[in-house]
Design a protein. Structure first.
Length: 288
């Protein structure tokens, strides 16, 4: 769990390093998806699992490609170019907080006053970043906070969709593989005709290496997360969120040299409290 959290936490800072070289979001998303296809395809081969997919699986992959990668990653790369990487790591922790009201609306979860308090903590954390003067290095950055929150909204919707309607018969690694493959096919012409194509030939500078590292880490930790959830249970695995948020801030300090105001540190504490309050319920074992 510690390795997963530290690995995932690094992707926020690596993403900021990738956009620092002038790369734009469509080109970055295309190559990220290609790398995920290669890595997850290799994982699937090692697992000796089939690559077969039916129409329902392809429809599911198309939906997940949009709500799980193309839309949220587009807003991520646009906002991370403007906001500190550490702040992005704190905002990503709003995913489980946003999932709660969606689960209530879909009827997949029950109301809980404790979890409602957790949601309020999440909103308070965002407010601590957005409202106080001097919380961010530049006042103009506040305008990018709503853009940065679009990704967590879509990730929360993705999780709730899968929880309610499943993965069309695909296991998580197969689902991610096909979603990445479908997404790459869509983004190839988009990145080319938008003028955001990234030349894959060497030499590779820091932005290109950061993109490669971020994509490989994302694919590997996703597959490992699935393994952890199967071995230790979903409740244990979701505790990774705490480490992702905390390590993301530390990675930003280490890789990007970022330093944060007292307001941002307070937001981190409040967000972690919110995560604790909205953690998944431990289901009672069924009687034998």
């Amino acid at each position: 769990m510690l390795v997963l959290g530290v690995g995932w936490g690094s992707t926020q800072s690596l993403g900021k390093m990738a956009v620092s070289g002038g790369y734009e979001h469509f080109g970055l998303i295309f190559w990220q998806l290609v790398i995920c296809v290669l890595v997850l395809g290799g994982v699937n081969l090692v697992r000796r699992k089939s690559f077969a997919v039916d129409r329902a699986g392809l429809r599911f992959a198309l939906l997940i490609a949009f709500i799980g990668t193309i839309i949220p990653n587009s807003t991520f790369y646009m906002s991370v170019a403007q906001l500190p990487g550490g702040v992005m790591s704190i905002l990503i922790s709003t995913i489980p907080l946003l999932s709660f009201p969606m689960a209530l609306a879909l009827g997949t979860d029950r109301f809980s006053l404790t979890r409602l308090l957790g949601l309020c903590c999440g909103l308070a954390g965002v407010a601590l970043i957005a409202l106080p003067q001097g919380s961010l290095p530049s006042p103009g950055m506040v305008a990018w906070l709503p853009v940065a929150l679009i990704g967590p909204v879509f990730y929360a919707f993705e999780g709730n969709y899968v929880a309610k309607w499943g993965t069309a018969g695909l296991d998580p690694v197969q689902a991610m593989f096909w979603a990445s493959a479908v997404g790459a096919i869509i983004m190839l012409p988009v990145s080319w005709f938008s003028g955001q194509w990234i030349n894959p030939l060497p030499p590779y500078g820091t932005p290109a290496l950061a993109l490669i590292a971020s994509s490989v880490v994302h694919a590997l930790v996703y597959a490992a997360y699935v393994w952890l959830a199967a071995r230790a249970g979903a409740v244990f695995a979701t505790q990774t969120s705490y480490i992702v948020t905390g390590s993301g801030v530390l990675w930003a300090m280490l890789l990007l040299g970022e330093r944060f105001s007292a307001w941002v540190w307070a937001a981190l504490v409040v967000m972690l409290l919110g995560l604790f309050l909205v953690r998944p319920r431990v289901r009672a074992p069924k009687p034998r």
